[in-house]
Design a binder for this molecule. Structure first.
Ligand SMILES: Cc1cc2nc3c(=O)[nH]c(=O)nc-3n(C[C@H](O)[C@H](O)[C@H](O)COP(=O)(O)O)c2cc1C
Length: 171
């Protein structure tokens, strides 16, 4: 399985007829071998004028319908995906010497799925998601700390912002 050939590739491609199965197999191996975040992927989006951007996100689930991550829809990526749902994902597992690229169209997961995920998150993560305005420039560290305090205290604002944190699924 892990014998490299001269190109640095190994006998790991198995059944190329089913890329989802291959992904699952490689991902299982990565979970055992990567030091951290085997579910980290580079997500590429583009503005409606075609200017690309890439950033890391974490894969939270996948099946034959697509690959799911969660983000703030008011972020740069959220805005770009509203205008242009074409996106690409790249996983790189250094310990396996393998990468996988996925290209497709992103769509929102059902609210119920997003809510269920949201409710699994630790209290600090939920507060952090409300308090940090993804992709926008912070004046200073105090601004974020103040924002955290406001969201810890104000339940109405919390509920409003819960609506903004939603999942995106891509193929
Ligand atoms: C390892 C790693 C994992 C990350 N996972 C996520 C994620 O799952 N969702 C997310 O919205 N941002 C995640 N981020 C932060 C994003 O990379 C990015 O900074 C943020 O979402 C704003 O991106 P944007 O301005 O391009 O929209 C992660 C960053 C790192 C380094």
């Amino acid at each position: 399985m892990n014998q490299k050939n001269s190109l640095g590739l190994n006998k790991c491609f198995l059944d190329l007829g089913d890329p989802f199965k291959l992904f699952e197999k490689w991902f299982d191996e990565a979970k055992k071998k990567e030091i951290n975040d085997p579910n980290a992927l580079a997500l590429g989006t583009a503005s409606k004028t075609g200017i690309p951007s890439v950033r890391m996100v974490l894969l939270k689930s996948f099946d034959n319908n697509g690959f799911v991550f969660y983000t703030n829809l008011n972020s740069q990526k959220g805005n770009e995906l509203r205008d242009n749902p074409n996106a690409t994902m790249c996983f790189h597992w250094k310990s396996l010497l393998r990468q996988i690229r996925i290209v497709g169209t992103l769509k929102l997961v059902d609210d119920k799925i997003a809510d269920d995920y949201y409710n699994t998150r630790a209290y600090e993560s939920r507060i952090g998601a409300w308090a940090s305005k993804q992709s926008s420039i912070l004046k200073n560290r105090e601004e974020l700390l103040d924002s955290l305090e406001i969201y810890k205290k104000n339940i109405k604002i919390k509920i409003m912002y819960q609506d903004l944190i939603t999942g995106l699924a891509g193929i």
